[in-house]
Design a protein around this ligand. Structure first.
Ligand code: 13P
Length: 275
């Protein structure tokens, strides 16, 4: 039954994407759609319990992998309230396992309380907390070595886009990751244009697809053909229940990283965007 459902899903996928090359459609079907919620520094026990109930009761597309980036202090609480097929992620982790680093948490600690993922390099960490490409890459290297899966964020500012530097910026950010990452199996990249984050100004499906396609080309030329074909690249920036379906149709968009809307019931529609 499961195999039949998968075949039907693939057939529909092929029908929908008749305009794209056979290779890109095949690769797309092989990458499991992955939707992350990034709650950022929001929520309390009451509201988190409510969101977890919505997610537990909803009919979620079994073909989509779901990960919730929860404030560190509530990770264990959310882990206990969410069904086990929904992963939980820290929103940051330091580059070593333990020691005198007041205020930090380590990948080992995340794993210890049942989180399998960590979000790294978010633009808010880059801009507000002055994290550099190099520090983020070191964090990525250590998190992967500790057995966590990572959502590695990248993205350009409005100023950089308007100066025509989008590709250069995302290439620079990818290059830093690539210097430290040897095995990309447990990596998901989130392309989040900074100008689209929390602004209600979503990138158009075409704008997002253009950068995602560039990232695949960059990966093919600088990492490998295999990684370029298999690495999942999420789009993030003002994704809503209303715009997710159109974005999800693009062949190089393999999911979303969602801020504001992941705190609302419409997150279910985003998870089900490919359904
Ligand atoms: P919004 O969906 O609120 O724009 O945030 C996107 C984001 O930063 C996810 O990491």
């Amino acid at each position: 039954m499961k195999v039949r459902r998968r075949l039907v899903h693939r057939f529909i996928t092929f029908e929908l994407y008749a305009n794209f090359s056979a290779d890109s459609v095949k690769n797309m079907a092989n990458r499991r759609f992955c939707v992350g919620g990034n709650w950022k520094m929001n929520g309390d026990q009451k509201s988190i319990a409510e969101i977890c109930k919505v997610l537990s009761d909803a009919a979620l597309d079994a073909n989509t992998e779901v990960v919730i980036g929860c404030p560190a202090i509530y990770l264990m609480y959310a882990r206990n309230l969410l069904p086990c097929n929904i992963g939980v992620a820290g929103q940051n982790a330091y580059k070593v396992a333990k020691g005198a680093f007041t205020g930090e948490i380590s990948p080992a600690m995340l794993k210890d309380i049942g989180a399998e993922w960590v979000i790294l390099g978010h633009s808010e960490r880059r801009a507000i907390f002055k994290e550099t490409d190099e520090l983020i890459a070191e964090k990525a290297e250590h998190a992967l070595a500790e057995g966590l899966k990572i959502i590695a964020c990248i993205g350009e500012t409005l100023e950089e886009r308007e100066a025509g530097k989008t590709n250069d910026v995302v290439a620079r950010q990818m290059c830093a990751y690539a210097k430290k990452i040897r095995d990309w199996t447990n990596v998901v990249v989130a392309y989040e244009p900074v100008w689209a984050i929390g602004t209600g100004k979503t990138a158009t499906p075409e704008q997002a697809q253009e950068v995602h396609a560039y990232l695949r080309k960059w990966l093919e030329e600088n990492v490998s053909k295999e990684v370029s074909a298999s690495l999942r690249i999420q789009y993030g920036g003002s994704v809503t229940g209303a715009n997710a379906k159109e974005l999800a149709k693009k062949p190089d968009i393999d999911g979303f990283l969602v801020g504001g809307a992941s705190l609302k019931p419409e997150f279910v529609d985003i998870i089900n965007a490919r359904k």
